[in-house]
Design a protein around this ligand. Sequence first.
Ligand code: PLP
Length: 440
Amino acid sequence: MAELEQRRILKTEIPGPRSIELMARKSGAVARGVGTTMPVFAVGAGGGVVVDVDGNSLIDFGSGIAVTTIGNSAPRVVAAVRDQVQLFTHTCFMITPYEGYVAVCEQLARLTPGDHEKRSALFNSGAEAVENAVKIARAYTKKQAVVAFDHAYHGRTNLAMALTAKSMPYKFGFGPFAGEVYRAPMSYPFRDGLSGEAAAARAIDVLDKQVGVDNLACIAIEPILGEGGFVVPAPGFLPALAAWAAEQGVVFIADEIQSGFCRTGDWFACDHEDVVPDLVTTAKGIAGGLPLAGVTGRAELMDSVHVGGLGGTYGGNPVACAAALGSISEMETHDLAARAREIGAAMHSRLTALQERHAVIGDLRGRGAMMAIELCAPGTTDPDPVRTAAVSAYCHQQGVVTLTCGTWGNVFRFLPPLSIPDSLLEEAFDVVAEAFAATA
Ligand SMILES: Cc1ncc(COP(=O)(O)O)c(C=O)c1O
């Protein structure tokens, strides 16, 4: 496909007539439960834009939920995928293996936090990686209890739903959920005002007294909450939890599915505080849009599982592995972690200016190109999901793809692809500023 013009172009109202037609077809064929943020059908995407069936070119502030970090159809990924599909599309790694899978695991060992010996296993989706991390932790510790945190999101399979905090829409009506899952309080500086150490002590007390270390296989935590609202825990919270887990022989699982692979301005969000997890789950940004996920961890832990205990028909598909190798090479060649920091600085300054003008913006937080604002009644922490939805709807109508999140639906999150040109980033923030002014 020819390179897409890096401009916002509105040829029709959003959604345009062809998207409206396709939405009608969608209702007749696709299950209602599969919702869409914007009723707009894509035909192309790249750099910082998504082009729709009506010829509109929208600015992408979502990256397909933090997936196309390196940009959509990045040339290196396209070339790697094309080469691989011509050779073979699948053999099943559990039947006749191939080098791409091994190479991705080698890269994961090199890039994830810590220089200890590591092993990895590959899967298709984030939820599957999380499920497998828990399986591995249980097999290694021979214990069963699993702790997740308030506001957590770990996916939509049964165990992942159990680990996820929010009921509607993720869990509502889908129980019963997997057993032996417990919840601990997360550090949420805007809401709890606690230092990292105090928030960790509060969480550890729950682990110790309500769950019981003797039962506890692992704690699973997003080092920056994703769907839960881009909450960055207070400094010291993650290191204190990780240190406690190490002392107690509890497996510390960092779910870096949304925060990993350069998104936060480093390879992984754990890197910012030198936290070295026992297991790391990855997906999303790893493969430039192809479905791939991984669990990477200490060799003795990963290798504690019996032969044949991990796997799946498609896990580590050769095309997805080729895409991941292309993505990683793109990230390194262009130092995309540095680009994420640059984008983060630009977003921070635009959002600070916005916060000064609009008291509804209670909190501004995030790292690198993973940034958010939380909307509350001025001067309080009372969530304002109505204003959040209004601002978001305005952005959509003006051709900016924006996403919301948070337990109360009152967080506006910014996840641009790192390939977005500065001019588009600025233009998108002009639209966000207009949206705040227009909905005041
Ligand atoms: C932190 C985190 N864990 C797990 C998942 C689940 O990933 P998937 O949708 O690929 O199953 C997500 C997806 O948003 C996520 O953000």
